[in-house]
Design a protein around this ligand. Structure first.
Ligand code: ATP
Length: 356
């Protein structure tokens, strides 16, 4: 089912939780709603589910206004951060629950329920846990059961609110890969709320970046990562080094170094900020006359395939984080305290909020 929200506004007292939010969630795709705590992700999810009503705006389910449709009629499945499983029921009964409480006319038979639950237990690869109760499961297993339970009623939309938020980093990583594979199998339109950018970039077909109740950017993961529409998006999607300076006729001057920014050829002494991710630098030993930013190597962590360098600028003592391959690091035979020169291979410059 395709979902569209149009000009949604929602206030809690004086506080604006959602401000003119308009979005499409394409049928069969997994969309991540990403943003800092309090930006309105859960509120938007609850409005789509029908658990909360917007002050104005529309939710369209397959093109149809959902306002008159009660939560139950919207055919949504929910998975929350804190497992909402019934503690006293077995895993089997937890998954069967949604089927057993259906109105008599549409309730499946006992044999159908058994088949369906068995099938779902196989799908989430936990058939061996059918007779246990939730306290006898790990956090990750509980979330997989919660997902099986949400899927039992064959929802047309799956809403996942930080489903792995309470799990440790390793289990989280495993589960998000598992969720992606499951999604590829089922193709249920899914909305996944998270404030973890790595999780969103890895799992989603589409990312919606929210900030203070507004949508900052919508796009495929590589699009939002490589072509951030605003400084907020840039900063939110991973580590970044900032170079404050002035932009004049296509050149950003920042401390002792200046860089060509042809996309801002028209700028006349404007305030500009250059954005460079740690892996977007070329790093060399310093040589007189070298072009770039002169830095001192303060610390290096060369573990695994990458070497992370903490560099201090000579001209203003600001720190720069650069990441190069460990091979390159070994080749340069760098030592802490050495003078180096770094050049951005890629530089995004925002001038008065415009990016190029
Ligand atoms: P988190 O990642 O922390 O869950 P979120 O992006 O999901 O955050 P929401 O839960 O949608 O954020 O909340 C958005 C804002 O609205 C928050 O500032 C929150 O305090 C406020 N808010 C949410 N529900 C209510 C409510 N029922 N009454 C008053 N304020 C609320």
């Amino acid at each position: 089912m395709a979902i569209e929200v149009k000009q949604i506004n929602k206030r809690f007292g004086d506080f604006i939780a959602l401000d003119e939010v308009s979005l499409n969630f394409p049928a069969g795709e997994l969309t991540a709603l990403l943003g800092p705590s309090g930006c309105g992700k859960t509120t938007l999810l609850r409005i789509i589910a029908g658990l909360e009503h917007p002050d104005s705006g529309q939710v369209l389910l397959d093109g149809e206004d959902a306002a008159a449709r009660h939560v139950r009629e919207r055919q949504v499945g929910f998975v929350f951060q804190h497992y909402a499983l019934f503690k006293h029921m077995t895993v089997f009964e937890n998954i069967a629950f949604g089927l057993r409480v259906k109105p008599r006319k549409v309730r499946p038979s006992e044999a159908q329920i058994r088949d369906k639950v068995t099938q779902l237990l196989e799908l989430v690869q936990l058939d061996w846990l059918a007779d246990r109760t939730p306290p006898q499961l790990s956090g990750g297993q509980r979330q997989r059961i919660a997902l099986a339970r949400a899927l039992a009623v064959e929802p047309r939309v799956l809403l996942l609110d930080e489903p792995f938020g309470a799990l440790d980093a390793k289990v989280r990583k495993e589960l998000r890969r598992w969720l992606r594979r499951l999604h590829d199998e089922l193709h249920v339109t899914s909305i996944f709320v998270t404030h973890d950018q790595e999780e969103a970039l890895e799992v989603a077909d589409q990312i919606v970046l929210m900030n203070r109740g507004r949508v900052e950017q919508i796009g495929a993961p590589d699009e939002v990562y490589n072509h951030p529409a605003s400084p907020f998006v840039y900063g939110f999607l991973g580590n970044v080094n900032l170079f404050h300076g002035r932009v004049h006729q296509g050149v950003l001057a920042t401390g002792g170094a200046s860089f060509d920014v042809p996309s801002h050829a028209d700028a006349q002494d404007a305030t500009g900020i250059g954005y460079v991710r740690p892996h977007e630098f070329e790093v060399d030993r310093y040589a007189p006359g070298a072009q770039g930013i002169v830095v001192q190597l303060r610390r290096a962590h060369a573990i695994g395939p990458l070497a992370q360098l903490e560099l201090e600028r000579d001209d203003n003592a600001e720190m720069i984080e650069a990441v190069i391959s460990n091979e390159r690091y070994a080749h340069l035979k760098l030592k802490e305290g050495e003078t180096l020169v770094v050049r951005p291979k890629r530089l995004h410059v925002f001038v008065d909020g415009v990016t190029q």
